[in-house]
Design a protein around this ligand. Structure first.
Ligand code: 13P
Length: 283
């Protein structure tokens, strides 16, 4: 059996205490996954508001993002505004949370569980943003657990990876990003990452006005896709790899013209409707 084939059983579900498992009644058989000729990936443009915003801003964005565009559009406001956004928005824009806790519930003061976020209307979640890796000391192990929690809660994860300036200068950028990606998906069937996206966000480009050049970003995105291809070809073709780091309306088009850049995760420029809409228009 090759990765991606479907394993089928003639059987019935039975409860086994901790969950449900399939009781095999007959022979197992395998359906080969069909080969795809060429995969078209729809662009994904995401607004990470970080700790910015207000109810007024939620209303403005939800009421303005009402047209279907060439891209999937997702807004990540602070968690307390998600329900309001989800209730106001049409099906032209999704919303998500910027983080989730690992546990489904429990004595974890301040945490928001994935299921709770989903109940409030979130469809997406950002996992492993560099600000959480650095400011909250989130480890690769914790990020892997959060990615698993996201899929358990049926949220689409955007997994963030990216190197620091000194790591790039040392020539370690690709190795750092590969290690972050491999450790994050270690607890998953890797194909689940294609339900969401990978965001390449070089730390040195976040909030600094220093954007990676389209070629620098393309080289890294290609490296990420090649790494995914070593694990599963279809996942590599289907997964959207988006870029984040000082994306603006005037540099978006040149980034999006690269073959492996499938959209953007936008910070500062997503706080103004007109600039964010300019980035969507470039997709
Ligand atoms: P900026 O667009 O402000 O550089 O932020 C990028 C980012 O961190 C998005 O998650």
């Amino acid at each position: 059996m090759r990765p991606g084939d479907y394993r089928c059983f003639i059987g019935q579900a039975e409860n086994c205490g901790s969950g449900t498992r399939l009781a095999t009644l007959g022979r197992a058989f395998t359906i080969a996954r069909p080969k795809l000729a060429r995969v078209m990936r729809k662009s994904l443009i995401a607004a990470n508001w970080k700790c910015h915003g207000s109810l007024l801003m939620v209303d403005d964005f939800a009421n303005a993002l009402t047209h279907h565009t060439m891209a999937d559009v997702v807004v990540f406001p602070p968690a307390v505004f998600v329900e309001r956004f989800a209730n106001q928005a049409l099906n032209t824009v999704d919303c998500g949370v910027q983080d989730i806790g690992v546990a489904e519930s429990g004595a974890y003061t301040g945490e928001v569980a994935g299921e709770m976020a989903r109940e409030a209307g979130a469809k997406w979640v950002i996992i492993g943003h560099s600000e959480r890796r650095n400011d909250q000391q989130e480890s690769d192990e914790l990020i892997a657990q959060k990615l698993l929690a996201a899929t358990r809660a049926e949220l689409r994860p955007i997994l963030c990876v990216g190197e620091t300036q000194s790591q790039r200068e040392a020539g370690d950028a690709l190795a750092v990003v590969e290690q972050q990606l491999l450790s994050a998906v270690a607890k998953l069937d890797v194909s689940q990452i294609s339900i969401g996206a990978v965001a390449y966000e070089p730390v040195w480009a976040i909030g600094t006005g220093l954007t990676a050049t389209p070629q620098q970003a393309q080289d890294m995105h290609k490296g990420i896709r090649e790494l995914l291809r070593q694990i599963d070809e279809r996942t590599a073709d289907e997964t959207r790899i988006i870029y984040g780091g000082s994306v603006k309306a005037d540099n978006a088009a040149s980034l999006f013209s690269q073959p492996d850049i499938d959209g953007a995760l936008v910070g500062g420029a997503s706080l103004q409707l007109d600039t964010f809409m300019g980035i969507i228009a470039a997709a």
